[in-house]
Design a binder for this molecule. Structure first.
Ligand SMILES: [Zn+2]
Length: 151
């Protein structure tokens, strides 16, 4: 994986030198250190979080952002991601600092804003290749009856 070199301005927007893990600035270049690779330059979600790639943003706060899925599976289908790159939900949880709580809270606020907070919705984290996941994100899905088990 290429990390943060090409889009330095974008990297500065989402990577913090001296942050808890992931990226340090060395000789003018952002380099990955530690367990996480924050701001991966070829990561679509990092591009969306930094504004390099367009997305239909629904809600946003300082550490998380919610935007509409480009291939919606229900009337409401929104993705919630941390603005820094984490490989999966376990990495988000291990990062601590309430980031996983913020993602869950943002997912709920999206559902309420979409008018499905009362009728019901699904907020899920897929993890690993069998779930079609390669970077941490949550789906908020609703606006129609949801079957179980999901496909
Ligand atoms: Zn990423």
């Amino acid at each position: 994986m290429r990390v943060c070199g090409a889009g330095r301005a974008a990297a500065r927007a989402t990577c913090r030198d001296g942050g808890p893990a992931g990226v340090r600035q060395r000789a003018g270049r952002w380099r990955a250190v530690g367990r996480y690779d924050h701001c991966v330059s070829d990561c679509l979600f990092c591009g969306i979080a930094s504004g390099r790639f367009p997305a239909k943003t629904v809600r946003e706060n300082s550490r998380t952002i919610a935007f509409r899925d480009i291939n919606p599976q229900a009337p409401t289908h929104v993705l919630v991601i941390p603005k820094e790159h984490y490989a999966d939900v376990a990495a988000v949880a291990e990062a601590g600092g309430g980031l996983l709580d913020e993602m869950a809270s943002l997912a709920h606020r999206v559902a309420v804003a979409e008018g499905i907070g009362g009728s019901g919705y699904r907020a899920d984290f897929n993890s690993g290749p069998d779930a079609g996941q390669d970077v941490a994100h949550a789906h908020v899905i609703g606006g129609r009856p949801l079957e179980w088990p999901p496909g």
